[in-house]
Design a protein around this ligand. Sequence first.
Ligand SMILES: *Cc1c(COP(=O)(O)O)cnc(C)c1O
Length: 229
Amino acid sequence: MTEKIGYNIKQVMQRLERAAQVSGRRASDVTLVAVTKMVDSDAARACLTYGVNDLGENRVQEFTRKFPAIPEARWHLIGRLQTNKVKEVVGKVCLIHSLDRWNLAEEIDRRYRQADLMAPVLLQVNISGEQQKAGIAPDDVEAFLDSVGQLKALKLKGLMTIAPQTENSEETRPIFRELCHLKNELALRRFENVEMEFLSMGMSQDFDIAIEEGANMVRVGSAIFSAAD
Ligand SMILES: *Cc1c(COP(=O)(O)O)cnc(C)c1O
């Protein structure tokens, strides 16, 4: 099991490195987040053995189960976050990728202020406009960033998107390109509590395309763990 994960990670790193080169960067400029939602703690821990220290979970319940087993990892929360679950991740995650609405921003701010901590978050943007997808519409992002300055415990560190599932992963390229363009535009402006450092986009089927289009953080699950448990 562990050997298979090691092999898969090597393959993923090769794809990552090639894509980074295409975009004039190095592999070390891109953070690989191993998404552990489909595997147990032992498989998740194996990633650290192979040099992948960033682990991602999409559900708080699963995160809460795995965190005590691997507290030394850098944990990312990547899925939809209910406001009543925010208190369970305070101080435990290095980045919340899925800030997708104002009342969640307020609750994150409130809970982190209580703990006297800063909350590192990414704003999730719904580029494709799919109705069932979470995220702020691109046109509303600027107004959201204008308001984030009111929430003193929030540190907004970039943008995230989940591209639609497609047969041909090339179809997602324009979506990645658009989010990168938005990030670059916003990076030229000054917003309080905002620093456009990360662009989290790309999953197993399309992370190389996302990197070519500017992603510096990719969330990869099945390409690392499939046939490994
Ligand atoms: C599951 C998940 C991923 C990883 O998906 P794979 O296709 O398995 O690589 C990435 N991002 C989010 C938000 C997810 O829920």
